[in-house]
Design a protein around this ligand. Structure first.
Ligand SMILES: Nc1ncnc2c1ncn2[C@@H]1O[C@H](COP(=O)(O)OP(=O)(O)OP(=O)(O)O)[C@@H](O)[C@H]1O
Length: 452
């Protein structure tokens, strides 16, 4: 089963940060962002005094459209979006994608202090998306892992012992499954409490530091992975699907600031390496998706017309006209994009949450986050249900049995003049049919013992 999926029901989640408290804000707490239904409007307050008609290339008000926009700034606001509301929209769609057998990825992107960790993890009084997802009952018998990427190095957040915690893990590539982290611990959980305990253990192990914006700023990118296996009986055939849910809390997207201490600077450039590469990957994927969709629409228009139209259009696209070739996607340029390769441009239903500060003092960062998200929204992925290899084998063997049986039947019906040759061929076919039926029985036996 294969479906296309606009990567990114990109979701812009406008969150409060401490910096917008009027008492602390340098600009008196002026807000530059407004949310109206599916639109985020951002106003450049520096241009407020500009007279109409004055020469200035900058726009006073810019508008962006996303699949969902949330206003979580002021609890007293009638449009305030609670964590529960965000879960009902996004968390539930993550869970339903996974229960249908798809890989799902949800990642939060935005500047420091804009609410990424609040959205993904939450606080003790206000649970975020990840613990809410962990609380769902079907998570019984799933496997969890939790890693962080810090300074382009991967660490296991769930490994016991100080030494093991500090160890850097290698990223390798499996010929079929793609990039993976070697020796990353994987934990089977049998109830929600175990899942939440592991999540909390990992969060406590994450590297944080004080930045000028945020005292407990996450300096690493964290990936919490839930692997969910379902064994079902479909048309009397045992079937198994394995879905992976990646919940990603990225480090702050701001540039390294000269006021940071030395470590923070090195760190900033490495964090940016992953985030800059993520930006390049997202732009390139969006460009490729747009090119594919324009090719498709041209071809569908052309197929309604005559053949010559098809020829002229396709040659202008592929024949170097304006260099419109598919871009190379530099996944390997950073650990983050390499590990999220499938989530970004492949077999995954992916949701990006862009968190922004509504404060006027964060105008530049907010605008850049919104532009980033707007790019991501153009990407189209092709997720497919992850059917188990043994189930696929059983289906293929059954198809072959049916084909051989019909061959036997047709041989019997039009007997060959040379009976000995015919008998020999019939004997061989019968033997193959028997062997395949045996393999199917063995395969079914294995599948029926899979955990449910
Ligand atoms: N909508 C909100 N309601 C209440 N508190 C919030 C909200 N958004 C953020 N906060 C609080 O603001 C502070 C900063 O938020 P958070 O840690 O989520 O930022 P972040 O984007 O993850 O930052 P960093 O990249 O530095 O880790 C936290 O104390 C968080 O609890």
């Amino acid at each position: 089963m294969e479906h296309t999926h606009t990567l990114h029901c990109v979701n812009c989640h406008v969150m409060a940060s401490r910096r917008v408290e009027p008492a602390e804000s340098a600009d008196g707490g002026r807000l530059a962002v407004r949310v109206e239904d599916k639109f985020v409007k951002i106003r450049n307050v520096k241009l407020d005094g500009r007279t109409e008609g004055a020469v200035d290339s900058r726009e006073k008000l810019l508008e962006f459209c996303f699949d969902y926009c949330y206003w979580s700034v002021d609890r007293a606001d009638p449009h305030y979006a609670s964590q529960e509301e965000v879960f009902q929209d996004l968390g539930v769609s993550v869970l339903s994608g996974a229960s249908e057998g798809y890989n799902v990825c949800l990642f939060a992107y935005g500047q420091t202090g804009s609410g990424k960790t609040y959205t993904m993890m939450g606080t003790p009084d206000s649970m975020g998306l990840t613990p809410r997802i962990c609380q769902v009952r079907w998570l019984i018998n799933t496997q969890l892992s939790f890693l962080e990427i810090y300074n382009e190095r991967v660490r296991d957040l769930l490994k016991g012992g100080e030494q093991k915690k500090r160890a850097t893990l290698r990223v390798r590539e499996h010929p079929e499954k793609g990039p993976y982290v070697q020796d990353l611990s994987s934990h089977v959980v049998s109830d929600c409490k175990q899942a939440i305990d592991l999540l909390e253990e990992g969060i406590a192990n994450r590297i944080t530091a004080a930045t000028h914006n945020h005292d407990a700023s996450s300096r690493s990118h964290a990936i919490f992975t839930i692997q969910y296996t379902q064994a079902i009986l479909e048309n009397n055939l045992p079937s198994e699907t394995v879905s992976k849910i990646n919940l990603v809390d990225l480090a702050g997207s701001e540039r390294a600031d000269p006021h940071y201490c030395r470590d923070r600077l090195t760190e900033g450039s490495n964090i940016n390496k992953s985030l800059v590469t993520l930006g390049i990957v997202i732009s390139a994927l969006a460009q490729n998706s747009q090119m594919s969709s324009s090719c498709q629409s041209i071809n569908s228009v052309a197929s309604e017309g005559d053949g010559s139209t098809v020829g002229s259009h396709s040659s202008s696209l592929s024949g170097g006209g304006g260099g419109r070739r598919h871009c190379f996607i530099p996944y390997r340029d950073s650990v983050l994009t390499w590990l999220l390769k499938d989530s970004l441009g492949g077999n995954s239903k992916t949701i990006m949450i862009a968190t922004v500060s509504p404060s006027a003092s964060s105008y530049n960062e907010t605008l850049s986050t919104l532009r980033y998200a707007a790019h991501a929204r153009n990407i189209v992925n092709k997720p497919r249900v992850n059917e188990d290899a043994s189930v696929r084998l059983i289906r293929e063997l059954r198809e072959e049995i049916d084909r051989l049986k019909s061959m036997l039947l047709s041989f019997e019906m039009q007997r060959n003049p040379s009976p000995s040759l015919s008998d020999e061929r019939d004997g061989n076919l019968s033997e193959i049919v028997l062997q395949n039926e045996l393999k199917v029985t063995q395969g079914r036996h294995t599948c029926l013992h899979l955990p449910v």
